[in-house]
Design a protein around this ligand. Structure first.
Ligand SMILES: C[S@@+](CC[C@H](N)C(=O)[O-])C[C@H]1O[C@@H](n2cnc3c(N)ncnc32)[C@H](O)[C@@H]1O
Length: 201
C-alpha cells in the first residue's frame, strides 16, 4: 500500500487550496464559493480512510473536488471508491477537471443534485461517510443512510466549532445512536467522528 503522497499531487492540492481561498475572498455569491476543507482536516480524513482500510466512501459536498482528491488518494491506497454529491453543476464540472488533473477520476462517481434526494436512491453499502454540505439536511441524510452502512463504519462531519447552531441537529442525531462512539476532534473547523463496529463488520 502506497501511503506517501507524491510531490506533484501535493503541489496540485496546494494550488487548488490557494485558488479556493482567493476565490472565496472575492466571490460575493455564496453558492459560487468553493469552501474547501482546511488542508489539515483533509489530510486527517485521508489518514482515517487509509488506517481504517475504508473502501466504500460517500462524500456529501464535492465543491470543486478538493477534499474529494484527498479522499480518492486515500481510497487508491485501500482499493476503494468514492461517490460524491453536490447540487452545483458548475462546481462538479470543476471537480471533474481537477480529479483528472490528479489522475484520480476513475475512483470517483460524481452525482449532481440535492443530497437528500440522491442519498435516498443510493444502494451503498458505505463504510465511510463525510458530511460536508448544508448541515441542516445532514440528519435527514443520515436517517436515509443508516440501512446502507456497513456494520463497521466511520461517519465524519465538518464545522462543529465554526457552525455550532447549524450542526446541532446532526450532533443530536448522532448522540442518540448509542451504538456509535462519538467525539469531536479539534482540527480545522472542528470534526465530528462517529464510529461503530459490529461483530459481523
Ligand atoms: C463546504 S462545501 C464542500 C467543500 C468540499 N468538501 C471541499 O472540501 O472541497 C459544501 C458544498 O455542498 C454543496 N451543498 C450544500 N447543500 C447541498 C445539498 N443539500 N445537496 C447537495 N449539495 C449541497 C454546496 O454546493 C457546496 O459545494
Amino acid at each position: 500500500m502506497q501511503t506517501a503522497m507524491d510531490a506533484e499531487l501535493r503541489r496540485l492540492l496546494e494550488t487548488l487550496y490557494d485558488e479556493g481561498v482567493r476565490n472565496d475572498v472575492h466571490e460575493q455569491e455564496r453558492q459560487r464559493k468553493l469552501l474547501n476543507l482546511e488542508p489539515e482536516t483533509a489530510h486527517f480524513l485521508s489518514v482515517l480512510v487509509m488506517s481504517g482500510r475504508r473502501t466504500r466512501l460517500l462524500e456529501i459536498g464535492t465543491s470543486n473536488g478538493y477534499s474529494t482528491i484527498w479522499l480518492a488518494w486515500a481510497a487508491q491506497a485501500t482499493g476503494g471508491r468514492i461517490v460524491s454529491i453536490d447540487r452545483e453543476a458548475a462546481k462538479q464540472e470543476q471537480a471533474i477537471a481537477n480529479l483528472q488533473r490528479a489522475e484520480l477520476g476513475d475512483l470517483v462517481e460524481l452525482r449532481c443534485g440535492d443530497a437528500t434526494e440522491l442519498v435516498a436512491n443510493l444502494s451503498g453499502p458505505f463504510d465511510f461517510v463525510f458530511f460536508d454540505a448544508d448541515r441542516f439536511s445532514a440528519p435527514a441524510q443520515l436517517a436515509l443512510l443508516l440501512p446502507k452502512l456497513t456494520g463497521d463504519v466511520l461517519l465524519c462531519a465538518d464545522n462543529v466549532h465554526s457552525h455550532p447552531d447549524e450542526i446541532a441537529g446532526y450532533l443530536q442525531t448522532i448522540e442518540a445512536l448509542t451504538e456509535f462512539e462519538h467525539m469531536v476532534i479539534p482540527v480545522g473547523k472542528g470534526l465530528s467522528l462517529a464510529y461503530r463496529t459490529t461483530a459481523n463488520g
